[in-house]
Design a protein around this ligand. Sequence first.
Ligand SMILES: [Zn+2]
Length: 165
Amino acid sequence: MIYILDSAAFMNLGSFGFEEEAYIITRLVEAELKDSQSKQYLDSGKESGKIKLQDPLPEYMEKAKSAAKESTDYPDLSEADFSVIALAIQFKEENIEYQLLTDDYSVQNVAEHIGLNYDSLAHEKIKEKITWVWRCPKCRKTYQRNTDTRDCPDCEEKLEKKKFK
Ligand SMILES: [Zn+2]
């Protein structure tokens, strides 16, 4: 089994050990690992060959972004988040056995929407697909779907997410 890790999952690896076959992180995730403990894990993992760096092909970054728009999670996600989702999509299409390990509910929600194999290290997985409605705190205008902006186009305020009922 190949495990794709996001940065939060990587930091929670401490109690997880390196018994499994292979762990993969993307260069964008690597760039998010800044504290000394994470760097130490990273160095020893690379040295032992347990951690490998792999980036998704660009076309899968696009697929990850459109999936995130469909699942309404887009404004919450970073390029690093998209890269792990993209790699999971790529492995799925290449019939490589993988599991995406993430403690980020928005990443999990995208994974749930498009049927990626994922699990969480720190807490329970989300129980169901979530649809977010994105609201501007200033003008109260809401953006329900396919939002590809993080800020209100009118007021430039950062949008806040609410569960859509
Ligand atoms: Zn606004």
